[in-house]
Each structure stands twice: as C-alpha cells, then as structure tokens.
Design a protein. Structure first.
Length: 244
C-alpha cells in the first residue's frame, strides 16, 4: 500500500512542478543478468537451485528537477528477466542422474517512479536514482534444457493462470553512476539493481514455492536532452551558465 501512496503523491508533485523546473527527456538501455530469489516449498520435498541468465531493459523517461540537485523521474521500460536452474554436481551422478533442467524468460512493461539526485556541480556529476517500480508481465516462456550439452530440448509459452501467476509486479530499483553534460544534452552511465517485492508465483497455489522474487542487475546507458519551455516563468539558473 505504501508504494501506491508514493506513486500517487509523486504524480501530484509532477503535475505541480511541471511548469516550474528543469525538464529532461531521455532514452536508455541496459545489459544485465537476472534471476529469481527462490524459496523452496519444504512440504513438496523438491529443492530448486537458481542461477543468473542474460537480461536486458530499454525505454524512455522524463526527469523533472524541482531544485538544482533533486527531482523526480518517471519512465516506461520493456525488460526481459528470468532464471535458469543450477544443477549441483551431486545430482549429475549416481543411479538416477538428473539429465534435464528448466529455465524461464519473463518479459515485462515497467514503470519506474524514482527520486533523482545530483552530487557535485559542473558538467560532470554523480547521479543517484532510487524508487519503486510497477510492472506488468507480458509473457512467460519455459524451457527444458539438456544438462550435459546445455541445448534447449523444448520451449513453451505458458498460458496465464489467474490463481497461480501474478502478472503484476512491484519492487525497488536503484541506479548510481556518472552524468556528463554537453550543453543541453547529457550522457549518463549507471549501475542498475532492482529486486521484486511480489512473488511471480502465488505461494498459495498447491505445491508452489514460498518465494519467487525477481532480481535484476546490470549497467545502463542513457541519453538525456534538456528543454527549457518555461524558463521565463521560473528563474532557475540555466545549467549551461553554471558550467561557465
């Protein structure tokens, strides 16, 4: 519930501040790794070990600075997340070795709503973005993989189940890195980390694991463009003047 209150409050602040501050629009993309924080269901006596897979995200965003060093940011991203099963060596040997493993790819539309901060002055700054994200799952592809060769044996688009699957996700997203300004345009390079706070699979579903939380970590590149549509109404110091 706190996240939804934060979302509504931030939207209200955006509406109030839109005509009175520095505004930026940008595009971004990230290369990353993803996994699922998996808490096994002890009642089923089945233990699944997970590991990371390649992942990515990309989208557009709008950043509003209501003061020279602090503001808000809202975006829309398309992301691919998921996990792969890690098979311990002890399961690969014996009379009944495990020959197959599973993996999953999830695609989402995400809306990160973040506070944004600059540290230091001048054309080179440290930037910190932090806040919740809200996501909707577009697809769920399950794969069966040969343990010995790593080849995909089968691949299936999973049909959504209202009771088993949670299509809506929310979590915490953090970014920290450097921003270099070039007049009205800027390039930003940040490390990105996000963790889900809502299980992908409903833990009340029979035999479901107790926990299935998205984990995403990577490096993100962004390009920003500043536009001063309402500069005359609000006497903020132009960033280009501050650089001189």
């Amino acid at each position: 519930m706190r996240f939804y209150k934060y979302f509504l409050l931030s939207c209200f602040i955006f509406c109030l501040g839109e005509l009175k501050a520095q505004q930026f629009i940008g595009v971004r993309g990230a290369g990353a790794v993803s996994s699922v924080g998996y808490t096994n269901n002890v009642e089923t006596n089945q233990t699944l070990f997970t590991t990371f897979i390649p992942a990515y995200s990309g989208g557009v965003f709008y950043r509003l600075y209501t003061s020279p060093n602090a503001g808000l940011q809202i975006g829309l991203d398309y992301s691919k997340k998921g996990f792969a099963e890690r098979v311990p060596e002890s399961r690969k040997i014996g009379d009944n070795p495990q020959t197959e493993s599973i993996a999953a790819d999830y695609t989402y539309l995400e809306v990160p709503l973040m506070s944004s901060f600059y540290v230091f002055k001048g054309s080179t700054k440290v930037v910190i973005n932090l806040g919740p994200y809200f996501a909707y799952q577009l697809s769920n592809v399950q794969k069966v993989i040969d343990v010995e060769t790593g080849n995909i044996i089968s691949e299936e688009q999973i049909e959504y189940d209202d009771f088993r699957d949670n299509r809506f996700d929310l979590g915490i997203r953090a970014e920290i890195g450097m921003l270099q300004s070039f007049g009205q345009s800027s390039v930003e390079l940040t490390g990105i980390f996000s963790v889900g706070l809502k299980n992908i699979i409903n833990p009340d579903y029979p035999g479901a694991p107790y926990g299935t939380l998205n984990i995403f970590a990577g490096v993100q590149m962004a390009y920003l463009f500043q536009f001063d549509m309402f500069k005359e109404r609000f006497p903020f110091v132009d960033r280009r003047k501050k650089m001189k």
